[in-house]
Design a protein around this ligand. Structure first.
Ligand code: EPS
Length: 392
């Protein structure tokens, strides 16, 4: 089973991640992981940290001469500011912080986390709640993407909303569009919407405010048969939902036309089934179900949307709160922050979708080596072609 654990605080020395369950023989280069981390730093509206954060990366185990060994892969991602700024405040040695953050930010994990863990300093919570942790997830996602590439799965995301600015969505982006999307200032596929999004960010920045938005994530080439209808916790859409909702600040997620479909009639809402006798494959002309029916992938594109709330840290602290020491009313503390992190969230959402799909593909096809994994997948698909009725 593919699984991973991350550790590390936003301003700690480093993030570390251990990934277990990757088959042997996967070609892994530091540069493939680095470039995914660099994509996560993209986006107009990110704060100053993303300009100097280099995401220094080291593979500490599980990879030899550029190939996985089947053993756990360990990765460390250093924080650029550690030596210069944080060795005292974030020291693991016994001691006390120079300053305590006692006015929790509404919308952040601060207050509930302080109450739950018995802290009187919001930093004890926010350091781990921070979206910095997503750098480690993106590193895992890079490995998952490499594994999925071996079976022809490609994942692409694009920003479809920032604040009130929404993008046209007349076709699903493919991997061929990724370079253009990444070149957009806000990772948006629609140049006209990009302009409105940038303008909205510029305005919010001027007012010291923050913005939320939405991304669309699409996986092409997902084989039929990932996930299952037999148990609630094996449904592919359920697993994807959990993965998306676990991304910091994401408050909603939909699969396919998940929201619009509710107002359609059944006769118009579903993806009709066709059969191509030349390729001996079933296919659909629409993807309203987001490539998932009954919790099982159908073989069509898996289409997911994730919505992010505006960041809870503002450059102009106006949110009312209470000082946890004096119980006096106040405003939440000011921290260096982003105006919006929606473009970065798209890259994180790609990683999370890749991780879920890789895990489910490994569960379906198995294999201790990549060769065995991809052989098993080919044999399964061939078996469907030989006896198409077996899928009913
Ligand atoms: C974050 C606040 C900012 C972001 C950070 C997430 O960090 P800082 O307070 O150090 O300026 O830059 O995101 C990352 C560091 C990252 O790598 O994405 C927060 O409060 O969640």
């Amino acid at each position: 089973m593919l699984r991973f654990l991350t550790a590390g605080e936003s301003h700690g020395k480093a993030l570390v991640v251990v990934v277990e369950g990757l088959p042997a023989g996967l070609s892994v280069g530091v540069s493939a992981i680095q470039s995914e981390l660099a994509r996560r730093r993209l986006g107009y509206g990110r704060g100053p940290r993303m300009r100097f954060e280099a995401d220094e990366l080291q593979i500490l185990g599980g990879v030899r001469h550029g190939r996985t060994l089947g053993s756990p892969v360990a990765i460390e991602i250093g924080n650029s500011e550690w030596d210069r700024k944080w060795t005292k405040e974030m020291s693991p040695e016994p001691g006390v912080p120079a300053t305590k953050l006692t006015t929790p930010r509404p919308g952040h994990a601060d207050l509930a986390g302080m109450q739950k863990y018995g802290f009187d300093d919001a930093r004890d919570v926010l350091e781990r709640a921070s979206a910095r942790e997503t750098a480690a997830r993106v590193a895992v996602g890079a490995l998952a993407k490499l594994l999925l590439e071996a079976i022809g799965v490609e994942i692409v995301s694009n920003v479809v909303q920032i604040g009130t600015a929404t993008a046209r969505r007349d076709r699903l982006p493919t991997a061929a569009d990724l370079a253009a999307i990444d070149a957009s200032q806000v990772r948006c596929f629609d140049p006209e919407a990009e302009e409105r999004m940038v303008e909205e960010i510029r305005k919010a920045a001027k007012e010291g405010d923050s913005l939320g938005g939405a991304v669309e994530v699409v996986a092409h080439g997902v084989p039929v048969g990932l996930g299952s209808h037999v148990h609630w916790d094996r449904k592919l859409d359920g697993l994807i939902g959990q993965a998306m909702m676990s991304i910091q600040a994401v408050k909603a997620c939909s699969v396919g036309s998940g929201i619009e479909i509710a107002e359609l009639r059944g006769s118009a809402a579903h993806d009709a089934i066709y059969y191509d006798s030349a390729s001996r494959e079933y296919y659909r002309r629409t993807w309203r179900s987001g490539g998932i029916e009954g919790g099982i992938s159908t073989g069509g594109p898996v289409v997911v949307e994730a919505w992010m709330k505006p960041l809870a840290t503002l450059n102009r602290p106006v949110l009312e709160t209470v000082d946890v020491t004096t119980k006096e009313p106040g405003v939440s503390f000011k921290e260096r922050t982003d105006v919006t992190a929606v473009p970065a969230m798209g890259v994180v959402a790609e990683a999370m979708l890749a991780i879920v799909l890789a895990k489910e593909a490994l569960r379906k096809f198995g294999g201790d080596s990549v060769a065995e994994f991809s052989r098993n997948r080919a044999a399964f698909l061939a078996s469907l072609g030989e006896s198409p009725s077996a899928v009913h």
